[in-house]
Design a protein around this ligand. Sequence first.
Ligand code: SF4
Length: 491
Amino acid sequence: MSKKPQSQYCMDAKKSMDSPRLQASLHSLQNRFGKGAMALWAEMDDQDMRRRVKKSRMKNLEYLDILLAELAKNVRTRGGHVHFAETAQDAIDYTLDVARKNEVKRVVKGKSMLSMEIAIDPALQEAGIEVVETDLGEYIIQLAGDKPSHIIAPCIHMDRSRIGELFAEKLGIDYTDDPPSLTAAARKALREKLLSADMGLTGCNLACAATGHISLVSNEGNIRMSTTMPPVHVALMGMERIVATLDEHRETVQLLTRGAALQKLSTYVSFVGGPSSDDDPDGSKEFHLVIIDNGRSKILADPEFREVLACIRCGACLNICPVYGRIGGHAYNSPYCGPIGAVVTPLLDGINKHADLCKGETLCGACKDICPVQIDLPRMLAALRQKLAYGSDRWNTRQHNPLEVYAFTLWRLIVCWSPLYRTGLKIARLCQRPFVEKNRMIKRMAGVASGWTDGRDLPPIAKKTFDEIWQEKHATPLPKLPVATKEDNNA
Ligand code: SF4
């Protein structure tokens, strides 16, 4: 039987797994940040903070329309402009319009995944505007013409020697792989861009409805310069990134910076609430807040997936995920990678189109444990698989592989009816014989099952099951376990 051609996801994942350099980087990232975040949560004095913030995030989603209206009113009162963009194109058109009116030639950007989600950079460049990333990691990615591979550490897939070569080629400096020298070279190049930019374009970590401020966290100071030096500042905000009060803001930021970089607080937290004024001379002359939907309302309307909008994009789930830890970020083919990407990318950009993402995760639950706001990503990954297995009108999914449904229905029948299960095991033991090698492992399976043994050996079915050994020893059958009902599973 010929093998099914591999999807792009599988090919990219394999490429990453074959790269010792990337594997070493991912291992060290997870070892430090994944383990570090778990230790941090365990040691936190206020053990209730995560639950409180999750609760407030969910409550804010319920009152999103009211909070967004309050935010918009407060920003406008301070002289800022607010635009609600239903689609990515709408946000791009508005930003281009602002750029044209201000005769913008150069845009300096703060790190923003939303800007990648809506693909605003190519649109600006097509309009003849130079776009310069100012976050160091994003700047490196931009110079390399590459894509980010982590939400917080975008160039984790590149080591310093590669960055040294890149800087020598693009910035015309002598080759060095010394991090401080590389940082100094980037700083010099970026400062010139920042001093002459006509517009700053940033994301928005959080927005506070009560005060009408957006906030941006960074460790490099680039955000302060991008938001205050150019005469125009446009901030792109996903409509769910809102908190009601400054108290909520304080706690949410504390979790964000801990989850992202194990920091109690990042080096800079910038608040922007409007253009500069006579009373407050710092800041841009014009401030525009673009609040973007781009598929979020549809997620909000579905109680099964609404929880994913509570995400604060800290990236912690990437730092513990066993799948991300092997395949890295590029295989996800989205600005959002790792477990959060495997849920949010299909929801924003099509479940069928990104079917591999939710199918590729292990459902081990580590992402939920590490998530500062305890988002149940495994539950939503399973729900996405369910949409693929049975189809969904709401999400416009067709059955991805009807055979899978039959296969699992058959499997359910077998495992739920013990005589059939035992007979099946006996047959399988016989059928596996030609494949068991001398070392008592199966190295290669046939047909559709061959994928299982492409990258690993499989232990054969044991001569006796646990059930059989138990009966021999105790002369009684195994006690029956309670069977979970559908209601139990949904609880
Ligand atoms: S799902 Fe949780 S851990 Fe992952 S990015 Fe969002 S907030 Fe962070």
